[in-house]
Write a protein that binds this ligand. Structure first.
Ligand code: S3P
Length: 169
């Protein structure tokens, strides 16, 4: 259970529903919701896709770390939807651990995600071979999500409402 002073952070692969679930949780708990991709886009005035294309993935990852660090340092307990790649960086994983935030991994089989991510314009990494890329990413990241997670919620067969209830439990 998340305490009243703790941030609640959702991590997980692209397409697991982090942003949608975070919005519903924000309404339910009366907390601000912060989506790391959205903060980066608002701050830079550029889309995630543009940043990847122009500056490259390392530049995007640096912005991601800045945004995560600031979000976790905020005194206002929030719901943070952290983009799928945040767990790649050891710095980010340490930030999550040290912050005392409650971290929930929304976990899905990569085959479930292929259908869900079809319309994802902010996901340039999936432009070529989405199914193969998701499978590879899952294999690379599974242990990292597990490392940072306080709880795991399986989302494959759950509706958004059911995922929200499971996170709250
Ligand atoms: C990424 C996930 C995306 C976005 C970018 C890279 C990743 O965010 O940050 O395309 O490496 O998993 P979502 O998880 O919100 O789709």
């Amino acid at each position: 259970m998340v305490t009243s002073s703790q941030h609640l952070v959702l991590v997980g692969m692209m397409g697991t529903g982090k942003t949608t679930v975070a919005r519903v949780l924000g309404d339910r708990l009366g907390r601000p919701v912060l989506d790391s991709d959205a903060v980066i886009e608002a701050r830079t005035g550029r889309t995630v896709r543009e940043i990847f294309a122009t500056d490259g993935e390392p530049a995007f990852r640096a912005l991601e770390t800045d945004v995560l660090r600031e979000a976790l340092a905020s005194d206002t307990p929030s719901i943070i939807a952290a983009a799928g790649g945040v767990v790649l960086s050891p710095t980010n994983r340490a930030l999550l651990k040290e912050s005392g935030a409650r971290v929930v991994w929304l976990c899905a089989d990569p085959s479930t995600l292929v259908e869900r991510v079809k319309s994802g314009g902010h996901r340039p990494l999936l432009d070529a071979d989405p199914a193969g890329t998701l499978q590879r990413m899952f294999e690379e990241r599974e242990a990292l999500y597990r490392e940072v997670a306080d709880a795991i919620v399986l989302v494959d067969t759950r509706t958004v409402g059911e995922v929200v209830e499971a996170v709250l439990r």
